[in-house]
Design a protein around this ligand. Structure first.
Ligand SMILES: NC(=O)c1ccc[n+]([C@@H]2O[C@H](COP(=O)([O-])OP(=O)(O)OC[C@H]3O[C@@H](n4cnc5c(N)ncnc54)[C@H](O)[C@@H]3O)[C@@H](O)[C@H]2O)c1
Length: 240
């Protein structure tokens, strides 16, 4: 859904063979069909990024069916519980860390061997403006996106001489199901969208396609001298 969907479609348009991986099987299959319908190559795979067995199994099938993995977008993410730190349950903290942080670790772990063999690869990790600055809400989410920012730099250093580039993307508020659900949970959705728009100097939230363009750029050879960098796509949110 959201940014992942737009990225898969944009990558398919550029000629990539796209493995659309998600826990939401019907949504993933729909995206794969859309890419194939436009003449591209894509297949959907069931995968919970927080489960190593799932990641190992799905990546094995991807290798057999689509070929070696040399572009990886660690996009799966959840917002998690929205409460102050002292009211959070341990399980709520662990759930967000499981998907947003362990998921990046597991998918990177199981994609890198293909990249090492070919001495080529690009990994793009979805952090957030909330991996750069914070706000008084969703504490585990902010912690997770800060972790992803630095995991990106560590892996960029590990693999810089191996031909593997690792970069992070930091979107502002983007109109996706994640933000739509957040706005609905607060009551008047259009009023919340107006407030969110006002946080961005450009006066609006972004589109999933605007993030996908940046991700596909980082995956491509056009970004050949970029590793460990932070691509901020936020309508100016973090300028202040
Ligand atoms: N939308 C924004 O404003 C925004 C801003 C900054 C960063 N981000 C980040 O961008 C990424 C995508 O966000 P989005 O807004 O498109 O979210 P979304 O909720 O619209 O889509 C997230 C996708 O991840 C999938 N997913 C969730 N848990 C999963 C799991 N355990 N295993 C596999 N797939 C799983 C969902 O099924 C869904 O398809 C996230 O990492 C998010 O934190 C989003």
């Amino acid at each position: 859904m959201g940014i992942g969907r737009a990225t898969a479609i944009a990558a398919g348009r550029e000629g990539a063979a796209v493995a659309v991986c998600d826990v939401a099987d019907a949504a993933a299959e729909k995206v794969a069909q859309e890419i194939r319908g436009s003449g591209g190559k894509a297949r959907a795979y069931h995968l919970d990024v927080a489960n190593e067995g799932d990641v190992r199994g799905a990546f094995g099938r991807i290798r057999t069916e689509l070929g070696p993995i040399y572009g990886l977008v660690n996009n799966a993410g959840i917002a998690g519980a929205n409460k102050p730190t002292h009211q959070l349950e341990e399980a709520e903290w662990d759930r967000v860390m499981g998907v947003n942080v362990k998921g990046v670790f597991l998918c990177t772990k199981h994609a890198v061997p293909d990249m090492l063999r070919r001495h080529a690869g690009a990994i793009v990790n979805l952090s957030s403006i909330y991996g750069l600055v914070s706000a008084p809400d969703v504490p585990p989410y902010h912690a997770s996106k800060g972790a992803v920012r630095l995991m990106t730099k560590t892996d960029a250093l590990f693999y810089a001489k191996e031909g593997i580039r690792v970069n992070s993307v930091h979107p502002g508020f983007i109109d996706t199901p994640m933000v739509q659900n957040y706005a609905t949970s607060l009551g008047d959705r259009s009023a919340v969208y107006e407030q969110l728009a006002a946080l961005h100097p450009m006066g609006r939230v972004g589109t999933a396609e605007e993030i996908a363009n940046g991700i596909v750029f980082l995956l491509s050879d056009d970004a050949s001298f970029m590793t460990g960098s932070e691509l901020v796509i936020d309508g100016g949110y973090t300028c202040r």
